[in-house]
Ligand binder design. Sequence first.
Ligand code: ASP
Ligand code: ASP
Length: 364
Amino acid sequence: MQHHERRTYQEENGINTGLLAQAMAAGLFADRRVSVPPEAQTSFFGRSFISVDQIQSSNEVNQLFEMADVMAKVTESNGVYRPLVGYGVTELFYEASTRTSLSFEAAAKRLGAKVHVRDGMGMFSSVTKGESLQDTIHAACQTTGNDLIVLRHKEDRSSEVAAKIAARYGVPIINAGSGSLEHPTQALLDLYTIKRLVGRTERLKVMMVGDLLYGRTIKSLAKLLAIMDPQVELVFASPQELAAPADFVEDISSRVGSVEETDEFLSALPEADVVYWTRVQKERFPLGQEELYDRVKDQFIFRREHIELMKEHSILMHPLPRVNEIDYAVDKDPHGAYFRQMRSGLYIRMALMHEILLGHQIVA
Ligand code: ASP
Ligand code: ASP
C-alpha cells in the first residue's frame, strides 16, 4: 500500500505560510547592494580612505570632484538622490567634532543610508571600561551589519588599526581625523573649496598660518596640494614654538616648488592666493605646557586691517572651530571663505561615500 504523507490544508491549496518562503517570495533575500561595473570602480571604490598618501594622481581627485559637483548640484537644486537606501553607516567619534560629524551624518542621510552616530566614545562607551579600538571595531561591525565606518580618534595610527579589523567584515573605514598628522577628508574639502572659489588647483601660492606643529589639517592639505601641482609654493607661518615638525617640512619640501618658513605672516600676505589660518590646538599640548599655550595662543590673529593686504581674488580659509584667531569683524568680507568651506564638506563626503560604496556612476 502506498503511503501518503498527510498534507496540510495550506499545502493542498497551494498556500505556503512558512515565513522563509514568504520572505523569499517578497524578495527580501535579493542582495540590496548596487552592482558596480569595472569601469565605475575608481581608486576609492571598496577601500578604506586613511591618508592623503593613498592618492596617486590628480586624476583621482578630479574624478572625486566631478562626483562632488553632482552632489552640489543635487543639493542646491533641492533634488533627491538616494542610492544608498538599504546601506548603513556607523560614525565612531573619540574626539570632539561638530562639522565633521554633522556633515558625514548629513551626507550619508542625503544619500539615503541609515546612520548610527556614536560620539563621545572616550567618555560614554565601553572604552571607559578598557575596551580596545580593535574590539570596538568588531562590535561596530557585528552589532550593526553596516557597510561603512567613519572614525575620528586621537591616535595617529588609529584608522589603519581599525581598517585591518573592519576588512574582515568587508567594511571600509574613512579617517575623519586622526592624531596630529591626518585629516584627509578635510584636505579634500579644502582643495574643493579652493577650486570653487579661486578657480584652480595649480599655480597657487598657499600660506598656512598658526599651529603647524599640532595642526593636522595643514599637513594633509600640503600633501594634497603637492599631488595636484608639484610646483605649488607653500609658506609656513607660525610662532617658532609651533613650527611644523622638521621631518614633515623635509618631506614636503621634496614634493613641491618651494617651502618658506617664517615666524610672521605679514610679508607673504600680499602674495598668497590662499591664506589658511588655524587654531592653536590646546588639547594636544603635553601636560605641564599650559604656560606655553597661554604665551602663543593669541600671537597670530587675523584682523580686519589685514584684509587690505590680501590679493584681490585670494581667500582666507580656516578648518574651524575658531577660538580667537580670526576677528569676527572679518566674517562679512568676501575674502573670508571659512563658512562656505564647511558646505564643501557635505559635498565631498557625499562624493567620497558614493565612490567607496557605489563607484563612479550615477545609480538610476
Ligand atoms: N573641523 C572640525 C571638525 O569638523 C571642527 C569641529 O570639530 O567642530 O570636526
Ligand atoms: N577641526 C580641525 C581638526 O579636527 C581643526 C581644529 O580642530 O582646529 O583637525
